[in-house]
Design a binder for this molecule. Structure first.
Ligand SMILES: [Zn+2]
Length: 194
């Protein structure tokens, strides 16, 4: 998980976010099973573009490329089913890959790390195991940070076998051609150049 610096929210969301939140919450009051939707396709596209620009098209959680392994998604950090009042809150939206989102689903845990937290730094929470491709809690992290790292790895499936393999593969590539390519052209940037 790489530090994410959030930009200004798209104008359409600033203008209409509260109205859509009210609309979604009203729909849920009438029918608790009411499904969430983005009420404007154009605004959804603007939100997605703005989010992906902040991470150079990487997933905010695993740092894999968005869309390379499935559809592009916008993650509600606090799930919209449980926190409907945050369904259109800019600070609750993250660019996310299919794998992370399908692992997390409607899970929420207060220990989860937010990549745009002001004091978030990769090395305060994690270390990379270059032999196994694994992400591990930093051994010198505080107890609290270790718990947060463990929970985040678990909930987003950051050590799924496919991901460990992919990190090793990208590291080989990075070592072979890294100097000729910009780091943003690689997935798992925290792993290649922490
Ligand atoms: Zn991901």
């Amino acid at each position: 998980m790489r530090k994410m610096i959030r930009v200004e929210q798209p104008r359409c969301l600033a203008l209409r976010g509260s109205e859509w939140t009210e609309r979604y919450n009203t729909a849920r009051r009438l029918n608790p099973a009411a499904t969430f939707r983005w009420y404007s396709r154009a605004c959804y596209a603007d939100i997605r573009t703005a989010l992906q620009a902040t991470t150079q098209h990487h997933c905010a959680f695993c740092d894999g490329f968005i869309g390379s392994e499935g559809r592009e998604t916008i993650e509600h950090f606090c799930p919209k089913s449980r926190f409907p009042e945050q369904a259109f809150a800019w600070e609750n939206l993250f660019p996310c890959c299919d794998v992370c989102q399908s692992k997390k689903l409607e899970t929420y845990h207060e220990l989860l790390i937010k990549p745009d937290e002001e004091d978030y730094q990769f090395e305060n929470y994690f270390i990379c195991n270059y032999g196994s491709g694994e992400l591990q809690p930093a051994p010198d992290a505080s107890e609290f940070h270790r718990l947060k790292a463990e929970k985040t790895i678990e909930v987003y499936g950051l050590n799924l076998p496919v991901r460990k393999k992919a990190r090793i593969r990208e590291l080989k590539k990075f070592r072979a051609v890294g100097e000729t390519m910009h780091i943003d052209e690689f997935p798992y940037r925290y792993y290649l150049a922490p």
